[in-house]
Ligand binder design. Sequence first.
Ligand code: 5AD
Ligand code: FES
Length: 347
Amino acid sequence: MKELVEKLYRESDLSDSELKALIETEDSGAAELLRLRADEVRQRYYGKKVWLRGLIEISSYCRNNCLYCGIRRGNKNAQRYRLTPEEILRCCETGYELGFRTFVLQGGEDVYFTDEVLCPVIAEIKKRFPDCAVTLSLGERSEESYRLLKSAGADRYLLRQETVSPELYSRLHPPEMLLENRKNCLFTLKKLGYQTGTGFMVGAPFQTTENIIADLRFMQQLQPEMIGIGPFVPHHDTAFANEKGGTAELTLRLLGILRLMFPSVLLPATTALGTIAPDGRERGLKTGCNVVMPNLSPVSVRKKYELYDNKICTGEEAAECRRCLENRIVSAGYEVEVSRGDCRLES
Ligand code: 5AD
Ligand code: FES
């Protein structure tokens, strides 16, 4: 098993059957070697730096009905809110003072946030904070919309593929959502010049190792600049309320594999990983992660952006999250980097 880790380290790739063996192995020595190699590769490309992305959750309205998601349209118990442009700008103001140089505007697929509403907000952020990157995470939109948002100043876009296995996709999503659309959106974003992020949930209901390998292959095709993975965490108001969640161990295993397969990728230690294990994000940082995304949303709305149960950081002010994360980064042996943090091309 250790030989497979070394081969992945040397060649950044394995066959499907080798990947399956490495994903499923219970050999703790191999798991530790994977962690060490992942850390070595992240340090070669990024040193000990960890980038901060200020996450602003702009809307909990969503026209979609993904079966796993707490803010799905069909959840009548979800509390809905949307931030005004002024509120979004105030979050950026706070974030800038705290040293964030990337703002991530994330939300459900809220029809209120048309291009006419969003473009001026993006342009204003870029005007007030010219040294900052703007990342959008607003789901599936038309090519024309992605083009307009890019012209307004957006630099990056996060859209997880969720899964590229057609059968699993249709078990996690309502019939009107199409895997083909999702994949097309991702290739369009790349084509338009966005730094593009994708990813999936680890341990989603019905997910097999083969499904995960298909996602890794898709990412080799897409060549994303960022990859976000986190454990599936059940939400009490969804059909998956009683399903098992993903584990920290499998998430960390895949983070290590991703770092070796995509040496220069930006890889966040996600909030979901921090939710299922108190030291989840620190362990992520030690297994190849180089990004964290502290919450910059107004505290008054945080509990309403509830994609899954027990989400952490919903009571803290932005400054508290910032301090807490800095402590965690330093205690894990890394350092906070204050710069935009664009993806470093392979050298
Ligand atoms: N558990 C973990 N992650 C979730 N997401 C949505 N619902 C859940 C859940 N129950 C993830 C999806 C989405 C991202 C914004 O949050 O992968 O792309
Ligand atoms: Fe909102 Fe899936 S329920 S994107």
